[in-house]
Design a protein around this ligand. Sequence first.
Ligand SMILES: Cc1cc2nc3c(=O)[nH]c(=O)nc-3n(C[C@H](O)[C@H](O)[C@H](O)COP(=O)(O)OP(=O)(O)OC[C@H]3O[C@@H](n4cnc5c(N)ncnc54)[C@H](O)[C@@H]3O)c2cc1C
Length: 312
Amino acid sequence: MDKNIWDVAIIGGGGAGLTAGLYASRANLKTCLFEKMSSGGQIALTDTVENYPGFPEGITGPEISAKMEEQAKKYGTEFILEEVAKLEEKNSQFIIRTSSGKEYFSKTIILASGASFRRMGVPGEREFTGRGVSYCATCDGAFFKNKAIAVVGGGDSALQEGIFLTRFATQVHVIHRRDKLRASPILQTRALHHPKIDFIWNAVVESVSGSGKVENLKLKDVNTNQTRDFKTDGVFVFIGHDPETGYIGDFVKLDEKKYVIADPVTMETSRKGVFAAGEIRTGAVKQLVTACGEGCAAALQAQYYLENLEQH
Ligand SMILES: Cc1cc2nc3c(=O)[nH]c(=O)nc-3n(C[C@H](O)[C@H](O)[C@H](O)COP(=O)(O)OP(=O)(O)OC[C@H]3O[C@@H](n4cnc5c(N)ncnc54)[C@H](O)[C@@H]3O)c2cc1C
């Protein structure tokens, strides 16, 4: 039976994957892109993107995601809306197996499955997800109009999303486990001077509780170990990310945190013909513009690799 063999198979439709799709298909390579949810990845979750060049007024996450998808499709990238479950190599060909049991074949692979938000891992968190516990301000912020809410974290996402949430909430309490923020200086200044934002320093959430919806957090002071109840209508968690590499296993080398080890210039992984781009890669800068840059580099490298294969 004739097998459909792709030149480039991209796993993940975030900024990295969509840019790789655009470059690979525009270079006339037969390109497919696997996405398990919807295009855009993490950036689709945010309200305004102010630091992507070319949009001086800012652009919403969903809007830039839709535009990137449209541009990749325009040049021929085929979207396969499936979750990749396993990768294999047989007879110098890659096999991509999906959760639904289908298999696809490709000459190269670009790993661009990014990362996903981290949970606090405390009692009540899962139970109250969607009932006051959220990881997406854009998705859920409007449900908290005129309510007081908590934000957990001290990095860029926590402050950026915390500031966004002041559009709805009466007060945003930022709970941070240290006495200093990790966020960029401009966001720190905005948050520290914001009339609707205050900070609870050196504190961690020990549990989430309520009747039917979030009403209370148990907070622990990390210096004194003392706990106290903290009334709130909701809690938004922005405490970091984990790489989406479960399907990779030992197909390529990963670091101790399970990020893919790849050359930051050539995007090559430990396996020939397999490249990695964006937040999935160890040491990657976690920004949309860099994810897109790496997607471009990975697609060009895949193109050179294929040209080399043909010559030999
Ligand atoms: C709330 C928030 C706000 C942000 N704001 C900004 C900002 O203002 N400016 C900025 O530059 N950056 C911002 N970022 C960071 C930016 O979104 C990321 O750096 C960027 O999206 C990384 O792109 P990526 O393509 O590497 O991965 P991701 O965006 O994580 O995309 C990976 C994609 O792969 C898919 N996937 C995962 N596993 C599989 C699988 N097994 N099979 C198929 N598909 C799979 C996922 O569904 C996802 O769509 C923000 C991030 C968040 C969470």
